[in-house]
Write a protein that binds this ligand. Structure first.
Ligand SMILES: [Zn+2]
Length: 364
């Protein structure tokens, strides 16, 4: 009991000094950073903590401005090959693919700061290197407005979903029509992360939970990796969120208008982030906060989710390494790749049926 008490005291986070408050923290809880504020904040962190936090450009985007990567490591090692030799797991967090869903942008700024400033958190980087893309859809974030997500409960102003060429980047992972996607692929392949998280806000159904979760479909991963995800990782994430008073539930689709019509799990093909990640034996997650909850609890729930993810990857580091190695061996030896996805038969139903269903399906 005493040990537990001491452990929780050691994890206590002291409030940041005034000069390190993010726009979200100093803006009354209904403000998200602009692109300039976000990158400027990471520049300031990188200058103040050059050993632990490294900021670099990571290729072009369709906006004309570069993509950025932030690397947090215990000893300042930003080399992926060396990181792998040190048997460290890589947790890759991507924010702002849909900049009107910006909780992850603000939560990651706070988490990066706390990881370098709070002594109690620094041990989380002992065997995990964290890579953050502060903003993926730079283009959309620059297109700031207050009217394209009017049915969402804050923030007051935010970016636009499409990129500079009106592409939805969460349909472009495998197709790579955008420069953003090509730069991302370079970054992803460079790091070959163990775990990938892309932060979102829901667009549709109403329910009690502040946080919901799309995990990559375990049944389409190699067996060792799927079993690990289902048996060890997901229970730890759900338990961790429950302890933080953010009970979480899987994000589901309805067959019709109501849950009574049946629930469907989402099969994420490689056009989506987690589907792309799964092609490389990377476990992918899309946390989706509930658009009808206020912005502040959505940011805090995202912060806690990312921290719990980091703790879990560290605690289960050996199991992740074993499962991924087994998955790589299994995929290398495989000679056929049966696709269990939707039938390729032409859709002969009236087009209104498919169109209505698409309209009801919450977007990711
Ligand atoms: Zn989204």
């Amino acid at each position: 009991m005493l040990t537990l008490l001491l452990a929780s005291l050691l994890m206590t986070i002291t409030p940041p000094a005034a000069e390190w408050r993010t726009p979200f923290e100093s803006g009354g809880g209904n403000t998200t950073a602009t692109h300039a504020e976000c990158i400027g904040y990471y520049q300031k962190l990188a200058a103040a903590y050059p050993k632990q936090l490294h900021l670099a450009e990571a290729g072009p985007t369709d906006s004309g401005q570069p993509l950025h990567e932030v690397v947090l490591s215990a000893d300042g090692d930003t080399d992926p090959a060396s990181t792998r030799r040190k048997n460290r797991r890589v947790l890759f967090i991507q924010n702002g693919i849909h900049p009107g869903e910006p909780e992850g942008i603000d939560a990651s700024m706070m988490l990066a700061r706390d990881l370098v400033q709070q002594k109690s958190l620094q041990k989380l980087l002992a065997n995990v290197t964290v890579v953050i893309v502060p903003v993926y859809n730079v283009d959309g974030m620059l297109n700031r407005n207050s009217t394209t997500r009017v049915n969402q409960n804050g923030p007051a102003a935010y970016g636009f979903r499409g990129n500079a060429r009106h592409l939805d980047l969460n349909r472009d992972y495998i197709k790579q029509d955008s420069r953003n996607a090509r730069s991302f692929a370079g970054l992803f392949q460079k790091w070959q992360p163990d775990v990938f998280v892309e932060t979102h806000t829901s667009n549709g159904a109403d329910y009690q939970y502040t946080m919901t979760l799309i995990a990559t479909q375990h049944s389409k991963l190699a067996p060792a990796l799927g079993q690990y995800l289902q048996g060890q990782m997901l229970p730890a994430l759900y338990k961790g969120m429950e302890k933080k008073k953010w009970p979480m539930t899987p994000y589901v689709d309805f067959e019709g208008q109501t849950p009574e019509s049946g629930l469907r799990a989402f099969l994420e093909t490689p056009r989506y982030s987690t589907g792309y990640a799964a092609l490389f034996n990377t476990i992918g997650f899309m946390p989706e906060t509930h658009m009808l909850k206020a912005f502040a609890p959505r940011v805090h729930a995202t912060y806690d989710f990312l921290k719990i993810m980091l703790e879990t990857v560290g605690q289960q580091s050996a199991a992740i390494a074993t499962a991924r190695a087994a998955a790589a061996a299994e995929v290398t030896a495989r000679t056929t790749f049966p696709w269990p996805g939707p039938s390729t038969k032409p859709n002969t139903k009236p087009c209104s049926s498919a169109a209505t269903r698409a309209a009801r399906s919450p977007a990711r």
